[in-house]
Design a protein around this ligand. Structure first.
Ligand code: BG6
Length: 534
């Protein structure tokens, strides 16, 4: 007998025809925070990739705005050297063998730079001139994307200044259609709590209408996250069991091995909860828990996600656990404690780990707990959604030589090994009836070639075509903050006993107690080799 696991066939059984992506409108894009980390690591590399694959409009211009002294030339050099650092670098944002210099220079030739303080009106006057110039030179048709890649405290002020300078005004033709559009992309965190998110929504709402606002969450740009909808709603097999009758509980894990990566200042003002939970982790939650939408337009999908959030009661502080890493070894490298990171207070009360339990009070999910956890400096990098099914209603095997069967798990692996696996019981070959737990694995990489991308490509393209499906709406953001608000309040009031987990481990013991309170449940192992043994 051949013990080798069979490789899956790598021929796609059937696929809908690939449509050429709808051409994006001509446009100019303005990046506030032109010399920032996000711009050089993700936003501009994504534009470069769009240009390489022919998806960027030919009539396009890119304008950088930043306080840093610079010129168009120095900005281009700065960005190009970042791209160069990706070449042959396995830990880079995306892997490239060489820079496509033609694609780069055609993008670079359309770049210009405006230096100044983004809180002051004069920058916007000069930006207006730069936009007029770009429109003349690159025929961008008056369409503009303003990308706010700046610290969140500037979001409101930048939108106010843009409005005062009339740069966000759109123009309608006689037929009622827009002659040109103005859109604003806002990074996370969107507010710091419920009150500030409401204030920010109200503030930007004075200048922009909701259709102009694209609140970005890069988790929605990940293929595997988008695939959750296809998996659930394009297959007749899973949806009938996707509810309280068959599902015991759901675990969502976003474990990182990285620490705060030199972002101590940002992290001290943010912490793991604000940085990850109401945005990235809830994005995964929304995808798993939403009802089937009536259509695949932005309105239908976002309505369903918002409905789920509104069915989640605010989390009582006793259902949340926080942690902060101490020193330890991550993947063989000795790491220092969070409190020893640059720009971090020696007695910092900021969490680098969060676990929480929440409930969804609706027909589908009543009584099914969702356990969420995310942390830095963990034993392994792993983002997954694991669905634990209930045990078989009658277990003839109980008490037999193999003991009780292990329950089924369906695991949607988001990263690093994108795929889906289903774990179930089989009979171990031999005269005795004993059970073995096996897994059926679908790995994306077995079936589809991996496109080099940084994950922002789809999202930027969607802004250019005006498709807001993958962006958060004002009400969704406010619901998310409402859910975590009691935890934020309690944590601000009480000093934690930090550090409470060593770098390179599975997080604080309190997280095990949290899930263990519910009939002895356990977190799934972060190490894939022991995955599913619980
Ligand atoms: C960012 C957070 O939004 O997402 C970071 O600010 C985090 O702290 C990152 O590390 C995780 O994203 P990814 O795509 O690397 O999993």
């Amino acid at each position: 007998m051949n013990d080798e696991p069979q490789r899956p066939a790598t021929t796609i059984v059937a696929a809908s025809p690939r449509h050429e992506p709808k051409p994006a409108d001509p446009c100019a894009m303005v990046i506030f925070g032109a010399f920032g980390d996000l711009t050089k690591r993700l936003v501009v590399p994504a534009l470069y990739n769009l240009n390489r694959t022919g998806t960027l409009p030919r009539k396009f211009a890119l304008i950088g705005v930043d306080l840093a002294d610079g010129t168009a030339e120095s900005w281009r050099e700065h960005l190009h050297s970042m791209l160069e650092s990706f070449v042959g670098n396995a830990s880079a944002e995306f892997q490239v063998e060489a820079i496509d210099e033609k694609a780069w220079s055609s993008l670079a030739s359309r770049m210009s730079y405006v230096q100044g303080d983004i809180t002051k009106p004069d920058v916007y006057a000069r930006l207006g001139d730069a936009l007029a110039e770009a429109q003349k030179k690159n025929s961008t048709g008056g369409n503009v994307i303003f990308y706010l890649a700046v610290a969140d405290r500037f979001f409101g002020a930048v939108v106010d200044r843009l409005g005062e300078a009339k740069l966000t005004n759109q123009e309608e033709g006689k037929d009622g259609k827009l002659r040109f559009w103005r859109r604003v992309v806002i990074e996370k965190p969107f507010g710091h709590d419920l009150a500030s998110a409401r204030t920010l929504n109200a503030q930007i709402g004075r200048t922009l209408h909701e259709g102009q606002i694209f609140r970005i969450d890069h988790f929605l740009g990940k293929e595997t996250v988008q695939n959750i909808m296809a998996f659930r709603f394009a297959n007749g097999l899973f949806e009938p069991v996707w509810n309280r009758d068959r599902i015991d509980h759901v675990q969502i894990t976003v474990a990182e091995t990285v620490g705060v990566e030199g972002r101590g200042k940002f992290y001290e003002a943010t912490g793991a909860l604000r940085d990850m939970v109401p945005n990235h982790v809830f994005t995964l939650l929304g995808m798993v828990a939403m009802e089937p939408p009536v259509g695949f337009d932005a309105q239908s999908i976002r309505n369903k996600k918002c409905e789920v959030f509104s069915a989640i009661p605010a989390v009582p502080p006793e259902n949340a656990v926080r942690g902060q890493y101490g020193p330890g070894t991550v993947l063989g490298t000795q790491m220092k404690a969070y409190r020893d990171e640059p720009n971090v207070a020696k007695d910092s009360n900021i969490e680098t780990y969060v676990a929480m339990k929440l409930e969804i009070d609706n027909w589908r999910w009543a009584g099914v707990p969702f356990y969420l956890r995310t942390g830095k400096h963990m034993a392994r990098r792993l983002t997954e959604i694991a669905i634990r099914f209930k045990e078989a209603p009658h277990a003839p095997f109980k008490g037999g030589p193999s003991g009780a069967p292990t329950p089924n798990w369906l695991v949607i692996a988001i990263q690093p090994n994108e795929g889906i696996s289903l774990q179930f019981e089989v009979k171990r070959p031999g005269p005795e009836v004993t059970l073995a737990t096996v897994r059926m694995n679908f790995a994306y990489s077995d079936w589809f070639p991996k496109e080099p991308n940084v994950g922002y490509e789809t999202l930027l393209y969607d802004v250019m075509i005006g498709d807001a499906t993958l962006f958060h709406r004002a009400d969704m953001v406010e619901e998310a903050w409402r859910i975590v608000q009691p935890v934020l309040d309690a944590w601000a009031r009480e000093k934690a006993d930090f550090p409470n987990y060593a770098s390179g481990t599975n997080g604080p013991g309190g997280a095990d107690e949290l899930i263990g309170r519910d009939g002895g449940r356990q977190w799934r192992a972060l190490d894939p080799s022991t995955e599913g043994k619980k």
